[in-house]
Write a protein that binds this ligand. Structure first.
Ligand SMILES: NC(=O)c1ccc[n+]([C@@H]2O[C@H](COP(=O)([O-])OP(=O)(O)OC[C@H]3O[C@@H](n4cnc5c(N)ncnc54)[C@H](O)[C@@H]3O)[C@@H](O)[C@H]2O)c1
Length: 277
């Protein structure tokens, strides 16, 4: 937040609030920019099937409109927040950037791989340069959705009970937000291909049950845990996500926090920022 406040005060930055689907506003917002960091999205994988058009509009179409606005402004560099969800239920784990072409299991993943496709096509067609980052789930400050949020808000209301989607044995990799940002910086500084695709994640994974243990110990509560059952939390939930990250590590980057530390940092953040709930 401090960085943002400072940035907004400095003449180097301008703050414009607008909709990516509003092309005139977007074109104006991009005037004078040299590179776009494209993070905006509908990032809600779980409820995708409740509104089938949303992922397409907010992720694929918004990205296409952004690329067009960039082209009109002569901006050719884009860093894009994609997702490990594009791998669906990968056949190879840990999953590398060049794994066999994946079959999609969520509307979110499908919309992000489509957006990646348009970005690559603009690199070929209009000489753009792109850094595409496929993140695992991100933890840490300003966290506003995901399992830690769900568990923390439940335990705040009733520390004696916790409802868990699936059977708790889902294996997931997570990454601390500060490490995610530093990986993006390293990749952009050191990777100079036309299209640069990187998995961003931790070297390992945990089970949902591990995370429950860390969260309840941190909060000093001992709830009765009720599992919904099944190996997936929802349609499109990948029961095992673990990305191969040797490509970004070969550039000298490695995460500073473990998954456990990232989960604990997130709970600490939510405790200090209950307004976010
Ligand atoms: N958080 C994660 O665990 C995670 C994991 C993988 C990938 N990602 C990707 O990283 C990016 C950031 O994720 P996040 O968790 O901060 O998501 P978020 O939902 O907190 O933030 C996304 C932002 O995009 C904005 N947005 C959506 N549609 C828009 C539009 N048409 N015009 C302008 N703004 C719009 C939303 O208002 C929101 O503020 C997203 O692209 C997401 O898909 C996140």
């Amino acid at each position: 937040l401090n960085f943002l406040e400072q940035a907004l005060k400095s003449e180097k930055f301008k703050f414009i609030k607008g909709d990516l689907l509003d092309s005139p506003c977007l074109e104006k917002a991009l005037e004078g920019a040299s590179r776009v960091y494209h993070l905006a999205a509908n990032a809600d994988v779980r409820h995708g099937t409740e509104h089938p058009a949303k992922d397409h509009e907010q992720n694929t179409l918004a990205t296409l409109k952004l690329l067009e606005a960039m082209r009109k402004n002569g901006i050719t560099q884009i860093a894009f927040a994609s997702t490990g969800s594009v791998y669906g239920e990968a056949a190879v784990i840990p999953t590398s950037e060049d794994c066999p072409f994946p079959i999609q299991t969520s509307l979110y993943g499908a919309s992000k791989i489509s957006a990646e496709g348009f970005i690559s096509a603009y690199c070929e067609g209009f000489n753009f340069q792109a850094w595409i980052f496929r993140f695992v789930s991100i933890l840490g400050e300003r966290y506003s959705h995901g399992h830690v949020y769900d568990f923390y808000s439940q335990l705040l209301k009733d520390p004696t009970r916790l409802k868990v989607l699936g059977d708790g044995s889902q294996r997931k990799s997570y990454l601390y937000v500060g490490d995610c940002v530093s990986a993006i910086e390293v990749a952009i500084e050191k990777s100079t291909e036309k299209i640069n695709i990187f998995n961003l994640g931790s070297q390992g994974y945990c089970e949902v049950k591990d995370s429950i243990g860390w969260i309840t110990r941190y909060l000093n509560v001992n709830p009765e845990i009720e599992y919904a059952g099944g190996s997936r939390g929802w349609v499109g939930d990948n029961p095992f996500i673990y990305l191969e990250t040797s490509k970004i590590q070969s550039l000298g980057w490695s995460p500073t926090l473990s998954i456990q530390q990232g989960v604990e940092r997130t709970v600490q953040y939510l405790e200090n920022n209950k307004w976010i709930l």
